[in-house]
Design a protein around this ligand. Structure first.
Ligand code: SF4
Ligand code: SF4
Ligand code: FES
Length: 356
């Protein structure tokens, strides 16, 4: 059931349970956010998304305030924009380096974008800073907490999206630090290296080590982005493959991917080296009399495979052959594969890796 409220003088409808931020965004209102990730439960930590609500004594965080019937909201008054600017100045005073490499992660430029939008003087507020960099010996995730602004998006994505709870917050105030159990290394924790924390971090404090290793001299404009599907399993997560000069340098999860909505596992996020690996097979190989593999024509390779199947069938019986189709093969190929086993061998010894 939809109800009505007013945003910046315009009457809009909303559904029960929607927040003011969600309604405003649906009506093309640009409200700045930092601790907000639309996939996560609202947190209300950064207060950047404050709006004026008529009748309320103080500005309210739009990401945690539910829309109610008759509500009158103003999203960008002079005082509200001044509050936001001051909040941003305080947040940025925590961060040693606002401009980060574009390959750090999907959201890593959010703080820098807001700094530019609000023309923030980075040196206006100075003083004690929190967070110390963790020298973490793992191949995938850089943990540079000098850049951390304690938005806790990483902690929440790990708990809410991944169900992993591998990281959490230690201490309070200027001693606040994102950490693992017993403050150890990620590889000794429950972390599965899915990379979700990297992709939600708005400052690059958590960054994609592998992508950063691949290319130093990269600016956003030199990267190509190609939307495709992870080739590993039947979930079919959507990804944006980042390439420079036709070489894969990183993967961004597709936040609008219908199957994954921004989530990936370690394979989809990091295991793309096979694409350009020199050992990758590009033609069929047949093992010769000399015991070595030799490149062959498809016709010969298929004849050889058929000969092998017939031999196994006649020597060991039809139940000695078991077919597993690839989750990434098209439906037509999966259909042919089960026909091959069911009709060719007369068994139901057929499966698909998507079930694994
Ligand atoms: S590491 Fe990044 S995502 Fe995590 S709390 Fe710090 S700034 Fe936020
Ligand atoms: S392997 Fe992982 S990232 Fe790839 S489709 Fe399956 S779940 Fe998604
Ligand atoms: S985005 Fe709403 S409080 Fe941070």
């Amino acid at each position: 059931m939809s109800d009505k409220m007013q945003i910046d003088g315009i009457e809009v409808t909303f559904s029960e349970g929607e927040t003011v931020l969600e309604v405003a965004q649906r009506h093309q209102k640009e409200i700045p956010t930092l601790c907000y990730d639309p996939r996560l439960e609202p947190f209300g930590g950064c207060r950047l998304c404050i709006v004026e609500v008529e009748g309320a004594r103080n500005p309210m965080a739009s990401c945690t305030t539910k829309a109610t019937s008759g509500m009158i909201v103003r999203t960008a008054t002079g005082p509200i924009e001044t509050y936001r600017k001051t909040l941003l100045e305080m947040v940025i005073s925590e961060n040693r380096e606002v401009d980060v490499h574009p390959l750090s992660g999907y959201a890593s430029g959010e703080l820098a974008d807001l700094r530019d939008k609000y023309a923030i003087n980075e040196a206006k507020i100075t003083g004690t800073k929190s967070g110390t960099t963790k020298d973490d010996d793992n191949p995938f995730i850089l943990r540079d907490y000098d850049l951390c602004i304690s938005c806790y998006r990483c902690v929440r994505v790990c708990a809410e999206q991944e169900g992993d709870h591998a990281i959490n917050v230690m201490n309070r105030g200027f001693r606040t630090q994102i950490t693992t159990e017993f403050d150890g290394l990620l590889k000794d924790s429950a972390c599965t290296f899915c990379g979700q924390c990297i992709q939600t971090c708005p400052t690059g404090a958590l960054a994609d080590k592998k992508a950063l290793r691949a290319v130093d001299e990269v600016v956003d404009a030199t990267l190509d982005k190609t939307r495709t599907i992870c080739p590993y399993c039947g979930v079919g997560c959507s990804v944006d493959v980042l390439t420079k000069d036709k070489k894969i340098v990183g993967i961004h999860p597709a936040m609008d991917g219908p199957a994954n909505q921004g989530a990936l596992c370690v394979k989809g996020q990091f295991a793309y080296d096979f694409v350009q690996h020199p050992d990758r097979l590009k033609a069929p190989l047949i093992r010769g009399e000399d015991g070595e593999l030799h490149e062959a024509a498809w016709e010969d390779a298929l004849d050889k495979a058929a000969e092998g199947f017939r031999k196994v069938d006649s020597e060991h019986g039809r139940y000695s052959v078991y077919g597993i189709a690839s989750g990434r093969a098209p439906s037509e190929a999966a259909y042919l594969m089960q026909k091959f086993i069911r009709v060719g061998f007369g068994t139901n010894y057929i499966d698909n890796c998507s079930r694994a």
